[in-house]
Design a protein around this ligand. Structure first.
Ligand SMILES: Nc1ncnc2c1ncn2[C@@H]1O[C@H](COP(=O)(O)OP(=O)(O)OP(=O)(O)O)[C@@H](O)[C@H]1O
Ligand SMILES: [Mg+2]
Length: 504
């Protein structure tokens, strides 16, 4: 295998959206059997670049060469036919059909004789892909929407793998996966490399660059900063190139005094999801909940917010029993919930100002009338603080990059002044710089007396931010640690079901 063979090459690629130069004269190439990592802040142009390569966007100018031949893809199908498969950052699955159908949609295996879809084959193949690649046995006949984002992410990866691509593009594939699933994905990537498949890999977890990357290209504001061999750079170099300056110092969370009990959950159970969950949350506390994918954390959170109705158990807020049957009840009781899947929470056609203030209408409406300037001033604060880019309050949220959408989703709950905030994967898709801002805001809120449940698979982040950590395994809380008591290994072990030094 000729390792230096260039499979894909682009020259002077440019793309403009109204008001934003998303890409400015980018040169880039991809070698056979290499993992080329793309890095950059939120809105730097990473997704735009790979969407052009996969045929879902057309460039304004510039040339793409595939195996030395000049190509233009006018649709994703055209790119697929030429061996380019892509896993999108905002997953493009159809929620109401099965996992198997999503994998083979448009490419169903047919029965030889009659040319009709061979459903047995469809299910069998889908099961096989999950088993062989991810070592998972799941019911591929179930609808996609019944699964959490992690399985959805794996479904999208499975679909791309089933196309046997020559070039595989992965736009933030790991942001919804826990450490174990990431390792599994890296194993797959290493195998693909050996077979000569070339991979473009986007992630905000810089460590992953060193784990699987051969070369790295850094984008900033639509321009290319550099392309380097991964072995020649340090993490600090990468951050500097991404931000265009030195990184902010990590904020260390000041010790806060934790107040009275604000939330108590007793024996909360939802069959098939979580069992006999007990927790207490105190005023001003940040309680981390970590665990592996499918452990039941999100279902538990959704039950507290009234999206799911638990079968058994009780919830008390400030000592008073509450019954939460809908998100409306939850908001009224002072609970806010950032969905792990940001698009489930955002209204794509509404401006970012509208999205940010959506759960705070009581502050910005007077006698049923929306006070536009109030909406503006509140949302502007968050746009500035979290550096939402571009800082245009009236721009519809669907036009923002993934990380910037996440910042909008988070802002809604940061500004609504709930007493209790449940943040499900708050830093998903957010770049290194903005992460510090998010942590700073969380610290400030907790200091102001707001209690936060931080659900996260990012164990170092949980260790850094949480006053107390609960670990969930197969729908049960299996371990509890106070701040400083646990290491990442302890959390991983407990999450995998083999708790050590656990105190529950
Ligand atoms: N469909 C669109 N319409 C208008 N502007 C867009 C559209 N898609 C992206 N943009 C803008 O283009 C710029 C680059 O966005 P892109 O999605 O490529 O960023 P990214 O590097 O993938 O960021 P992230 O890390 O947040 O995913 C951003 O300023 C974004 O707001
Ligand atoms: Mg992106």
């Amino acid at each position: 295998m000729n390792k230096d063979k260039i499979v894909l090459k682009i020259e002077k690629l440019s793309k403009r959206f109204p008001g934003v130069q998303a890409l400015q004269s980018i040169d880039f190439d991809l070698k056979r059997g290499e993992v080329h990592v793309l890095l950059g802040e939120n809105g730097a142009g990473k997704s735009t670049l790979v969407k052009i390569l996969s045929g879902s966007l057309l460039q304004d100018s510039g040339t793409i060469f595939l195996d030395g031949e000049k190509v233009n893809f006018f649709s994703p199908e055209e790119a697929q036919n030429r061996g380019i498969a892509m896993v999108y950052q905002e997953l493009d699955l159809i929620p109401s059909i099965s996992i198997a159908e999503n994998i083979f949609l448009g490419r169903y295996p047919l029965k030889k004789l009659f040319g009709i879809i061979d459903w047995r084959q469809v299910y069998h193949e889908a099961e096989k892909i999950f088993k062989e690649n991810f070592n998972l046995e799941i019911d591929v006949r179930r609808e996609v929407k019944r699964f959490g984002v992690a399985i959805q992410q794996l479904t999208a990866i499975a679909r791309a793998l089933s196309q046997n691509p020559k070039v595989l593009i992965l736009d933030e594939p790991t942001s919804a996966l826990s450490p174990l699933e990431c390792q599994q994905l890296f194993k797959i990537i290493r195998n693909l490399k050996k077979r000569g498949v070339s991979i473009i890999f986007i992630s905000h977890r810089l460590k992953e660059t060193f784990e699987i990357g051969d070369r790295v290209t850094i984008l900033r504001n639509g321009e290319k900063v550099n392309t380097l061999l991964v072995k020649d750079v340090s993490e600090q170099d990468l951050v500097r190139m991404m931000l265009g300056r030195e990184a902010d110092k990590e904020t260390v969370r000041e010790k806060t005094s934790v107040g009275d009990e604000i939330l108590r959950v007793k024996d909360l159970t939802k069959e098939g999801m979580f069992y006999k969950c007990n927790l207490r949350l105190y005023q001003g506390e940040i309680l981390g909940i970590t665990g592996l994918m499918g452990a039941g954390r999100t279902e538990f959170a959704k039950s507290l917010f009234g999206v799911l109705n638990p079968d058994k158990g009780e919830v008390y807020i400030q000592g008073r029993r509450v019954k939460i049957r809908s998100p409306k009840d939850a908001i009224r009781a002072g609970i806010g919930y950032l969905n792990e899947n940001r698009m489930e929470g955002l209204v794509p056609f509404l401006s970012i100002a509208g999205n940010i203030t959506l759960a705070s209408l009581n502050y910005i409406c007077k006698m049923g009338l929306l006070m536009k300037d109030k909406e503006k001033s509140i949302s502007k604060r968050f746009v500035d603080e979290l550096e939402i880019h571009p800082p245009e309050l009236e721009r519809e949220v669907r036009y923002f990059s993934g990380g910037n959408q996440q910042k909008v989703a988070l802002s809604r709950w940061l500004c609504n002044r709930s007493k209790i905030l449940i943040l499900d994967e708050p830093t998903r898709g957010i770049d290194v710089g903005a992460k510090e801002e998010v942590f700073r805001l969380m610290s400030r809120l907790s200091k102001e007396g707001i209690s936060i449940i931080m659900i996260s698979s990012e164990m170092p982040e949980v260790l850094r931010m949480a006053d107390r950590i609960l670990v969930m395994h197969k729908g049960r809380f299996v371990a509890e640690y106070k701040r400083g008591e646990a290491t990442q290994e302890d959390l991983l072990l407990a999450a995998a079901g083999g708790e050590k030094n656990a105190r529950i």
